[in-house]
Ligand binder design. Sequence first.
Ligand code: GLN
Length: 235
Amino acid sequence: CGGGSDKETVSYKVGTEPTFPPFDTTDEDQNIVGLDMDLIKAIGKDQGFEVTFENLSFDGLIPALKAGNIDIVAAGMNKDDKERQKQVDFSDAYYESQLYVVVAEDNNDVKSIDDLTPDMKVAAQTGTTGAEKVKTLKKEGKIKEAVIVDGLDTAMMQLINGDVSAVINDKPVNEAYMKKKPDKVKMVGKALNAENYGFAVAKGNDELLEKINKGLANIKEDGTYDKLVDEWFNK
Ligand code: GLN
């Protein structure tokens, strides 16, 4: 820090994949917005840093962090994933979620994951926990094809068009799509897992991780967290 000169506010690059409402999405002008963006902005305000957002594919987020092209991942990312933990450091959890099977509203045959059959195609977003599940189903011979796509909006569109029989994805995001396109898709069966979303930083970036954890605790304490969750889930 320069002696005597005004302290400049640090700015961090935050990477996300914005087809994951209400956590990560875009507005009419294609700006990246969402609960994740508002949370990390509020954390930054509390801890004295600013943020800019970068649009990446989900499976490009961890590589971008490792390469130093971004400083933070804010993307509804499950922090309990052992493979990810080997590569990056995660903040304290900020949201609990589960994976569910999604089918077309008029599908009366698939009532749970056990009703998927070896003639079916099932879609998920690349690099996600949902994609891992779909690939496992394929490996076990329970489905015909794992359709792994870049954006979640593509997976949902394929489901609505009847190109795939099911999508496996996070519950709150499925609900956001169900709200956006009423009477097109529905969730069936039980939760396939439990996950905890965390913000990720490069391995060993303890200074930034500490700021994020402190800021997160503070915005939970002062009501900002609840207000933002409420806002984004009631849009
Ligand atoms: N929660 C899931 C994961 O961690 C999906 C995240 C996403 O698609 N943005 O893989």
